[in-house]
Structure formats: structure tokens, C-alpha cells
Design a protein around this ligand. Sequence first.
Ligand code: AMP
Ligand code: MG
Length: 487
Amino acid sequence: MTVDSIQELTVANSFAHLPPAFYTKLPATPLTRPRLLHANTSVAGLLGLSAKALDRSDFLDVCSGNVALSGGETLSAVYSGHQFGNWAGRLGDGRAHLLGEVTGPHGALEIQLKGSGLTPYSRTADGRAVVRSSVREYLASEAMAGLGIPTTRALAIVVGDDAVYREVQERAAIVARVSPTFIRFGSFEHWWNNPENMRVLLDYCVAKFYPECQNAGGPRDVALAFLRHVVERSARLVADWQTVGFCHGVMNTDNMSIVGLTMDYGPYGFMDGFQIDYVCNHSDVQGRYAWNAQPSIMHWNLYRLASSLAVLNIDEDALRAELQRFEAEFVAAYRDNLLRKFGWRYWQEGDEKLVDDWWQLLHAQRADFTLCFRRLAQAPDNPDPWLALFVDPGAALEWFAAYKQRLALEGRLDDERIAGMLGVNPLYVLRNHLAEQAIRAAQNGDAGEIRTLLKLLSDPFTEHAGYDAYAQVAPDWACQLEVSCSS
Ligand code: AMP
Ligand code: MG
């Protein structure tokens, strides 16, 4: 069942029914001369919206912040957080407005505008987002979804005439994002010394997103069970990031979803040539959020979440015990992903070293992350396309010999192994230069590249005829591309 107008959706406001301390109710600031750059039919479907609904002017009105969502209560939420390892105090939705919670065919999903104007949490910033960063968020969320990695989604992108000043003058845009919730670790940290509000937020999250924790026992047991589940989901999430070569870029606690989704896409990067300590965010001079640091950073972030829960009078040893599960959860998820990526069934002795040698090999030659995995599937039959990815094929062949021996241990049928590997190793990822091409076109009002990328990235494991150029290593001009916190 779908409806043909966004204003006919069934809207609830569970977050808005929390006490007023959790948000400020205020309207969005509309863009000047808003145009719909792109709308996403698959996300519309999740909300119970027909494709027809996306062509109507009321859809643009809502997504540009011009008109409130019927039945919704527009608000900006408060949160705090640790940024680059330091307590930053109060942050909050400085440029985002929650429109309401749609009770659709796929459960409750909130619609939030990002880039929709000043709020009480804007601090010294302008409340806006530029076309560049909005296109990047739009594409990345859909690329993640296509890879099967938990993520917030993107419903629409709207551009306006408003000038926004970053390093240079750019134009404003709004992304309408969709997620079960936009609550972050930082939403909890905000109440680190307020047990009443901490309890309210915890009860809300447990009831809505972790109902399985409700029967854990008394209030402290529920809080511990909640932490355990967040630890599990976050460990799995970061394992997924690692095995597709995704770097988040700004793993501050205010960007960490309480339900284990990838969220707040900024200067993220899908690696081209593999570099173990790759840092995608040009503003991250210390390399705090390098690829190989992401798991331990996630663990650190979970520590910050757990420390804030201590205000509920929970024994610190008990909190620590939940946190200590992170490593085992992460390793299990990471190995599980790698098993499938390498075409193995069971983790065996020696695999640790073979995987380690794989990363060393790719790193030493800056070999392409995505294609090295993808072409490995058919390499036992036809090694040349895979070998072509290496500057020094000799070193690759040495590793390959060990890999073939490892495959022989399980004696899996080739066809079955290959199909399995092609089903988990994408051919297309959102390479930085592909995003850049889409941005340049979008800045001229042309959404053609966005359409093409969404088609490929929503089905990244299938080869699409005629799109070879989207499955190639990055061209030389892309080496100069830099992404930073500026958005
Ligand atoms: P981010 O680094 O994008 O996660 O943002 C960190 C904090 O800064 C959040 O509270 C954001 O809402 C806020 N923020 C980032 N950019 C802007 C902006 N242009 N206007 C207002 N607030 C912003
Ligand atoms: Mg953020």
C-alpha cells in the first residue's frame, strides 16, 4: 500500500513526545528557489510513498523545508559528544530538522532534513549544507545500502540558489534523510550528569529499538543489556566497513548511531589503492580515524557511551564487562566477512597469517581494494586480470600459491565458490572520483551521474553491461582530490 502524496503519510512523533529538554521545536528555513535534484524511489517505497508522489509539488515543499510534514512536529535535537578525542560539550542538530516519524509498511522511519537552516545548536555556523557534501551523503547512504551495510537512507536532494561560503562560495542543498532514529552516542553523553533524562532516553531507545532488552531484569540489567546490544551492532558495523574498505572519516561520538547504522557522511572514503593507515579526511592531521584505527576507535566511542550510562548508578565493572565483548564480536564479524570474501567456509589455522599477508601485499603495492577482491574469485582459472592489479606480480603470485593451497583444503566446487565470492565482493563502489563527477554535474543542475551511480551502487555485485568505466581503478586526476570536514 502506497500513498500518492507525502502529506498523506501516517505520521507519529514519538521523539517529539520526549520531554522538551531533548529538542527545540522550530521550523526549517526554506531554500531560495528550491529544485528537486533527485528523489529516491526505493526509499520512498520504504515509507509507503508511490513514485508518483515524488513528482508532486508538495513533495518538494516538504523536502525543501518550505512546508511542514502534515501531522509531524518539526524539531532539532540536542546532543553532545567527543570530537577527535576531546569532550566538545553541547552540539546538537545545528543544521538539521526532524520532520516526523512515518509509520510505513517497513516500520517507523523518521524523515529529517539536513542543511535546513539555523537552529539553537548552530553555534557559529550557518545552518546550511553545500551541494557537494549533500550529493556525497546522498550517494554514500545508497551505496552502503546496496552493499548491505546498515545505514541511514536518503530520500531526496534539493538544491537552492542560496550562496554558502566554505573555502569558496558554493550553493546550498538539503538532503532529506530517513532512518529509524538519528539518536547518537552523543545523545546519551549529553545526560552524563542527569540521571532522570538519561533514564528517559534509555527507556525510549530500549522500548523502540531494543525491545529484547526489556526483560533483562531490573533497570540496571536493562541498561547493561542495552549496552551489550549496542556493542554488538557497532562491532558488526565497523567489521563491515573494514571489509569494503570504507573509512568514515569523522568517527566522533556525535556521529555514531545508537542503532548501529552508518550515519553522518562527511569526508568519508572508499579506498582505491589499499593503504593500511589510509586517512580519508584531509582535516584529520593526526590520522586518528585511519582505516586500521576504526575498530579501536569504535571501541573507544563505546567506552564514552558506557561512561555516560554510569550516571544510572551502574557498577563500573559491569559496564566494563559489556565493553570487553567488543573485541570478540568484532573479530567474529570480521572473520565471517573475510571467509565469504575469500571463498572459504570455515576459519582455519593459518588463515590469520594469510589474511595478514594479503593486506601487506595490497598495501606494499597500493593495489586496488575493491578489484583485488573482486577478481580473486576467478583468479584460480584465469589469474591474469587479477595479477594485472599488481605492480610486482611476483609477490602477488607468491601469495596466490598459498591461497590456492588454502582453497584446496576445503575442496569446494569452483562454481559455487565463485558465485559466493562475486555475491559479496562488489564490482562497483563509490570511488571518490565517481562521486566527484556526479557533484560536478549536479552543480550544473544535471542529475544524470547521480542516476547512473544509484543504478550501479544499488546493485553493486552484478556486472552491468556498458559501465566498465565505473569499475576501474581511479584515474590519475583523482589523486589530487581531497575531502575535508568542510561541508
Ligand atoms: P559534523 O562534523 O557534521 O558531524 O558536525 C558537528 C556539529 O556541528 C553538529 O552539531 C552539526 O550540527 C554542526 N554543524 C556542522 N556544520 C554546520 C553548519 N553548516 N551549520 C550549523 N551547524 C553545523
Ligand atoms: Mg554529525
